[in-house]
Ligand binder design. Structure first.
Ligand SMILES: [Zn+2]
Length: 175
């Protein structure tokens, strides 16, 4: 997890954490045009504000009722939920998620705030390679559905307004 993290904290679809204030500055300055590694962060919709229990280097998980030292190598995996942003240790969260049938995503209520979420929308913080692959698949499928990481709709492009198909002229012969 990134250094010098102070609440409020936001995260992108890759589970990277950022302090919110510098990220807003970054967006205002269109930093994504200069830094290819952040090209996926164009609006606040590409970020989710986390409900993270962070106090100095102490990270608390309400679900596991445990405290961890964020700088320790022994810290368990954390994850957060979109759209609510509730952040908790991953393993007890995964156990709460209804098992998928036939590859479908399932809906579960957030154990912290009770808001419903899809099993698709659990984001690993600091993911390993395999987890990152899944996050990439997720963001591609969201893009196909016209959604951003935060599940808010992408801006519609004006150029995509379709003209209705021309009707055949009705001077065809009557039967
Ligand atoms: Zn929640």
């Amino acid at each position: 997890m990134g250094v010098n993290l102070v609440v409020p904290v936001v995260s992108d679809y890759k589970g990277q954490l950022f302090n919110k204030e510098p990220m807003i500055q970054f967006l205002l300055e269109k930093g994504y045009t200069k830094k290819p590694e952040f090209a996926h962060i164009n609006t606040l919709k590409d970020l989710v504000e986390l409900d993270i229990k962070l106090d100095g280097d102490t990270l608390r998980c309400e679900l596991a009722s445990a405290k961890y030292d964020r700088t320790s190598a022994a810290i368990p995996k954390f994850a957060y939920i979109v759209p609510c942003g509730c952040t908790m240790t991953k393993s007890p969260l995964i156990q709460l998620i209804a098992p998928a049938k036939g590859g479908e995503f399932t809906t579960t209520k957030c154990p912290i705030c009770n808001q419903e979420f899809s099993s698709r929308d659990v984001i690993d913080i600091d993911p390993d390679e395999q987890e990152l692959e899944k996050l990439e698949v997720r963001i591609k499928s969201l893009a196909t559905d016209g959604l951003t990481h935060s599940l808010k709709p992408r801006k519609k492009r004006k150029s995509t307004t379709e003209k209705p198909a021309k009707r055949l002229k009705s001077n065809s012969k009557k039967p």
